[in-house]
Write a protein that binds this ligand. Structure first.
Ligand SMILES: [Zn+2]
Length: 222
């Protein structure tokens, strides 16, 4: 390269600029970002993780007040509602990681079984559903009937509920034991309350009871 005249070098390398990312990394590293130097030390990745904003909670269905008009049009609302996931929800992840820590191993969302249980433990002949209180119309503080398109929602909830009941019946007929963990058992609960739920689930799995439902402590009459 030394043989190249300076003007040619300038021409060849005129367009090269370190990227903004490389620049900021170099600053953080005191200038060492060049070949052979690892720019990500463990400490830096940890710092990077810390700087990331806390994971936002999953969008929850907004219950629209009695005299309020929806802030988005019907098509947008429909798209938003359909984007709310039914699998890998936060309560489900709590149950999964908790039971995993307690030593249980399971299959997820087994379509072979009716109702597609969220967790299946064939060894214990146990199927576990983690139900969102809104979608499965739980009789608890987290369920409120939407005030718009009530007919549509009523039909939807009725369908969801009858599907739930049918799935549970079918599973029982096939010799499966069924545990339902409601969202309210885990949502807005203290760490010790969540642990208590996990331990109850664990002892149910190991036991012989056919079915069990775990829900939050506060219940109201609807
Ligand atoms: Zn509930």
């Amino acid at each position: 390269m030394g043989a190249l005249p300076t003007f040619l070098k300038r021409l060849l390398f005129a367009t090269w600029r370190p990227s903004r990312k490389a620049c900021s990394l170099r600053q953080r590293n005191g200038g060492n970002t060049f070949a052979g130097q690892s720019v990500y030390s463990g400490k830096q990745s940890a710092e990077k993780l810390r700087r990331q904003p806390a994971r936002k909670l999953r969008a929850r269905p907004k219950i629209i007040g009695a005299f309020m008009v929806d802030v988005v049009d019907a098509a947008t609302r429909s798209r938003m509602m359909s984007g709310i996931r039914s699998r890998h929800t936060k309560p489900e992840r709590i149950i999964r990681s908790g039971l995993h820590r307690l030593g249980f191993r399971f299959a997820l969302h087994s379509r072979k079984l009716s109702g597609t249980p969220d967790l299946v433990l064939p060894r214990y002949r146990a199927a576990i559903f983690v139900h969102g209180c809104f979608w499965h119309r739980h009789n608890c503080e987290f369920f409120k009937m939407p005030s718009t398109r009530t007919g549509f929602w009523k039909a939807k909830f009725a369908r969801n509920r009858s599907n739930d009941i049918a799935a549970r019946k079918e599973l029982a007929n096939e010799g499966w034991r069924v545990l339902v963990v409601w969202e309210c058992a885990l949502r807005d609960r203290s760490e010790s309350e969540v642990t208590a739920i996990l331990l109850r689930a664990a002892s149910w799995i190991k036991g012989h009871r056919k079915s069990l439902e775990l829900s939050g402590p506060r219940r109201k009459a609807v």
